[in-house]
Design a binder for this molecule. Structure first.
Ligand SMILES: NC(=O)c1ccc[n+]([C@@H]2O[C@H](COP(=O)([O-])OP(=O)(O)OC[C@H]3O[C@@H](n4cnc5c(N)ncnc54)[C@H](OP(=O)(O)O)[C@@H]3O)[C@@H](O)[C@H]2O)c1
Length: 259
């Protein structure tokens, strides 16, 4: 049976993606930090869908963690056909007042771990002549984001990196898809120190299920980029038509307000 490794498997979008993959007959490798949540998810998926879904508790922002995960998965004899680099977090606040470790942790998770896992599993996939990679970008990829600058920049990186890697791998049997959700109703907002209710009153929140469904379809079709929600389509168009200074100013107005 084919196997999909999903990082951030216990979160809103990740757990929905796992359920969709399991429902389509994929075995899973579940990755996140919380051992308890991972164990419960593993048990649920194995019982509900009759697939194998071992849990690998890992903090992907730790140095060397992606290599250790790759090694553990390889030693367990698991061949990963689909890699979903979904784990990520944001942090609201002015950069100079922010916690430095949290900012670098964001880069380590949102960018570095995603890159390293793409490198390690991508090489295996290319050697086998098939594989699919899904990288989680965001509506945030299309503009600069004052008061969340590192998060927005990290998602711009993910979009650019994924498109470029997908192009390099054209004809190799390996596809790369960048998924760009808009505001989605998950634990992301609490984790970023943001008031979800206020954000959702400005931008309608999408369900994590609908994001995961679009991601799955785009992944299976080998599409390079998948945009979810009207706000993301608008941001994509605005990125071409609106001066960047203006979109940065508007974004800063939205993100500067707390509570
Ligand atoms: N929600 C939105 O509006 C939105 C919009 C656009 C893009 N996204 C992106 O979608 C992805 C999924 O986010 P979500 O909305 O589903 O948020 P979420 O509910 O907060 O889920 C985040 C997941 O990542 C895991 N995680 C966090 N830090 C980790 C670390 N250091 N190592 C390993 N796993 C870690 C979390 O589990 P543990 O805490 O157990 O580690 C959890 O499973 C993220 O990349 C996010 O940037 C979200």
């Amino acid at each position: 049976m084919a196997c999909a490794l999903v990082t951030g498997a216990t979160g809103g979008i990740g757990s929905e993606l796992c359920a969709i993959l399991a429902g389509n007959g994929y075995d899973l490798v579940l990755v996140a930090r919380s051992e308890g949540k991972l164990a419960r998810l593993s048990e649920h998926l194995e019982l509900a869908y009759g697939v194998e879904a071992p849990a690998f508790p890992v903090d992907l922002s730790e140095p060397g963690c992606a290599d250790r995960l790759f090694q553990a998965v390889t030693e367990a004899g698991i061949v990963v056909d689909i890699l979903a680099n979904n784990a990520g977090f944001g942090d609201q606040g002015a950069f100079l007042d922010s916690d430095w470790e949290r900012q670098t942790g964001m880069v380590d998770l949102n960018i570095r771990a995603l890159m390293r896992l793409s490198y390690l599993f991508g090489n295996e996939m290319r050697a086998r002549g098939h594989g699919r990679i899904l990288n989680m970008a965001s509506v945030a990829a299309f503009t600069a984001g004052p008061f969340m600058p590192v998060y927005f920049a990290s998602k711009a990186f993910v979009l650019s990196f994924s498109q470029a890697l997908g192009e390099e791998l054209r004809g190799s049997g390996v596809t790369v898809t960048a998924l760009c959700p808009g505001t989605t109703d998950t634990g992301f907002w609490d984790a970023a120190g943001m008031d979800a209710t206020r954000v959702f009153s400005l931008m309608r929140a999408q369900s994590p299920r609908s994001v995961a469904e679009l991601g799955y379809r785009a992944l299976m079709a080998g599409r390079p980029v998948a945009l979810h929600s009207p706000a993301t389509h608008l941001a994509n168009i605005a990125a071409r038509l609106v001066p960047r200074r203006l979109s940065t100013w508007v974004c800063g107005k939205v993100l500067s307000r707390r509570g």
